[in-house]
Design a protein around this ligand. Sequence first.
Ligand code: HEC
Ligand code: HEC
Length: 340
Amino acid sequence: MHHRFFVILLVVGTFGYLGFKSYTPLEVDQNTPLSLLVNELEGKTPLHTKRKTSDKEIIQRGYDLVHEGRAKGPDGKMSSKQSKHFTCRSCHNVVQEDPSLGNPNPEARLKYAVEKNLPFLQGTTLWGIVNREHWYNGDYFKKYGSLVDPARDTLENAVQLCAVQCSQGRAYEEWEMEAVMAYLWSLELKISDLGLKESDLSELNKAVSGDAGAKTAALKMLKSKYMTASPATFKYPWKGMPVKNGEGGNTENGKNIYKKSCMHCHKQGGFTNFTLDISKLDLKLLANNVEKDNDFSVYWITRLGTHPIPGYKPYMPHYPLERLSDQQIEDLVAYIKANN
Ligand code: HEC
Ligand code: HEC
């Protein structure tokens, strides 16, 4: 009889223990990683979660790949450059770039870039990119169609697409992908990044152990505080489109755009052979072309960029409206015209 009693005790004990473990609700505080809370409320985890690691060596390799374009592999050998022309940092920040995560816009972003001394770029920041749910949205999806299909819902594919298409380089090998994803995970959002009120926090804490309705409401609130996808609206210039030629533009903003954006790539030692300086000569070249319908007119070059041509691969990505507004282009024109 005795052994049966022990078996029952063991079974009850084990289930009790497991039950206790799995029912410990997540305690949400400012340090809680956002993904942990979202996964808990949704009851599922996105595919790229499997790449999350605290292994510092792997994260460092990812850092090196994103920042320098190469890294020492697990075999101790230095990899070849992922791209001859760019690193991921040519077009993406790796820190917060929008003062309000729930309401990103180019005006507030430019001000923030000046305050924090950050570049102002066409690509969105890689900070918090693991917390997004879709990539290459809006017109990127419309424009690139089937190329974007596999990258739309899968972060690893989005990374690979940008490595090959945006960076004009080679695809990452498996160990490199593991490292880059580990590094991107190290840039994930925390609850403290969302600027929540105490009352929001307690709502979230209640929802974690609440019913489905409470969870849905909490997710809705949570996802209004940051972007689960970056929208992108393209504008195609046309001959004779109405522009102000800089009239009434803010030259201070224009100067900041020129320095934080254009010169990031066009300065000597930047990412192109076509160098631009704040010299009168370079500004004159741009000023002389403002009113023309060609690649050297800032109205055209900003919205269309350039295309990589066979044998010559550095190209200029264009700015969607969410990354540079029409008014900001006028500000840039005003600056260029006033300073040559
Ligand atoms: C020449 C510019 C350029 C380079 C270099 C570049 N990117 Fe991008 N990338 C872009 C642009 C433009 C987009 C589309 C806008 C955006 O960020 O959402 C983009 C999009 C992405 C996206 C999807 C973002 C989203 O939310 O839709 C990921 C992921 C990405 N890039 C990763 C990388 C990585 C990793 C590297 C380095 C291997 C890299 N990119 C290099 C310009 C670039
Ligand atoms: C992410 C990097 C990057 C940024 C930011 C950038 N450019 Fe470019 N731009 C390029 C590259 C690459 C080329 C290709 C030319 C080359 O390398 O020879 C180019 C070409 C140009 C050209 C020449 C077009 C042609 O047909 O040769 C102009 C004019 C220009 N850019 C202006 C600007 C202005 C103005 C800004 C700021 C609003 C800007 N660029 C921002 C990378 C950039």
